[in-house]
Design a protein around this ligand. Structure first.
Ligand code: AMP
Ligand code: MG
Length: 383
């Protein structure tokens, strides 16, 4: 990687590669608009329809004609393969291939796409993904003892970086949480954002749309709540509900929810182009774990308020939700806004994995305090 920026994008500063000083890679040229495809929309995010047939092979094939230096690209892939665990290496290749479809941005507006923390599975853009391939009990090699202390340290990193993001007032971070009922969205938000300056953070929980919201296009209410410059925005449920619960319950005709995958990709691309880095977490629990959590809500008086009888009805549609999640994660994982699947049966591991990924992303965004106003040296505050 030839620049600090590119190093940030792939976390090379944390995983030094033996090829760190290799010449500019094909990937870097694509990112910085030096490739032949620069300025062209090489298809943009695929629509639900054409993604249906997309595969890893398709993506790699597409990229071949668009880079001038195959050897440099191979070297770049090898360099990352050297220092990535297998699933991340595959994902990094997909990012390489898919970056050609990302919008052309000037470097300071590049989305920060660092690797997720160990234990998280990132859905490779353009591939068919299934949740059945991820063990919800996985801990990413973490141990419970020590995880709490580590979490406190990561929260401090988030806090310090948030202050810079807020002061810089140029870009924003949108963190999206999706999960089945009891999946742990509320608990993760509470734990990971503890200590963050509330003034620089907006958390939105999306419920059944109001009559006013239903009179608008489906993205209206989400777009209105996208984080402004300097802010961290958190979506507790999100625009993905419109291809999840809406699909499972048949609230709109199939042709309507089917075209939403492409519209969601376009929406996220618009946000990215506008300076928002998007982090999407799917909290992955097992059906047994959901039963235990629902039982705990029924048994513990202090948790009664969390119990919603509708959750029992929804549980009957477990398989339909899994299919809807598999489709949404496959069709809407893009190089600029990939989906991260977090094994979430163990809350302590889940919290640390999510916190680390948020901290790494903020670090990759590399926010800076703005320069001081001109002429303030030597100024004295009058009595
Ligand atoms: P909770 O998050 O448990 O408070 O529940 C919120 C409820 O709102 C869930 O049952 C969601 O499925 C539902 N919901 C959220 N967004 C939508 C949407 N766009 N259309 C229909 N239902 C939704
Ligand atoms: Mg609920």
């Amino acid at each position: 990687m030839g620049t600090a920026r590119a190093a940030h994008l792939f976390g090379a500063q944390r995983f030094p590669s033996p090829r760190a000083s290799s010449p500019r890679s094909a990937h870097e040229r694509v990112i910085f608009g030096m490739s032949k495809t620069n300025g062209k929309d090489a298809g943009g995010p695929e629509t639900g329809k054409n993604r249906e047939t997309a595969s890893q092979g398709d993506v790699e094939h597409k990229s071949k004609g668009k880079t001038t230096d195959k050897k440099a690209k191979k070297d770049a892939q090898k360099a990352r393969a050297d220092d990535h665990p297998p699933s991340s290496a595959a994902w990094a290749r997909a990012v390489d291939a898919g970056m050609g479809t990302a919008p052309s941005l000037s470097p300071h507006r590049q989305p920060a796409v660092p690797r997720a923390a160990p234990g998280i599975v990132t859905v490779e853009p353009g591939t068919r993904f299934t949740l059945a391939s991820v063990d919800p009990d996985a801990t990413g090699g973490l141990e419970k003892a020590g995880a709490k202390a580590a979490l406190a340290g990561v929260r401090e990193r988030i806090k310090a970086l948030q202050e810079r993001l807020y002061a810089e007032h140029a870009r924003s971070l949108l963190v999206v949480f999706q999960a089945i009922d009891t999946g742990g969205k509320d608990g993760t938000i509470r734990s990971v954002l503890e200590g963050v300056n509330p003034q620089g953070c907006r958390v939105w929980s999306f419920k059944v749309p109001s009559a006013e919201e239903l009179d608008q296009d489906f993205l209206w209410r989400y777009h209105a709540r996208a984080p402004g410059r300097g802010l961290i925005g958190v979506f507790n449920r999100s625009h993905y509900e419109d291809v999840l619960v809406v699909r499972v319950k048949g609230l709109v005709p199939e042709e309507t929810w089917r075209e939403r995958y492409g519209l969601i990709n376009d929406f996220e691309r618009l946000l990215t182009l506008s300076g928002t880095t998007i982090l999407k977490f799917f909290l992955h629990i097992s059906k047994d774990e959901q039963r235990e959590r629902l039982e705990a809500r029924l048994e513990d008086p202090e948790k009664h308020w969390k119990f919603d009888p509708a959750d029992l009805t929804e549980r009957k549609s477990w398989d339909a939700y899994r299919t809807a999640f598999d489709d949404a994660l496959s069709r809407c994982s893009t190089p600029y806004a990939p989906w991260h699947v977090v094994p979430a049966n163990r809350k302590w591991a889940r919290n640390l994995m999510v916190a680390r990924t948020i901290a790494d992303t903020l670090e990759a965004m590399d926010p800076h305090f703005p320069p001081p106003r001109e002429g303030i040296e030597g100024l004295k505050v009058p009595d």
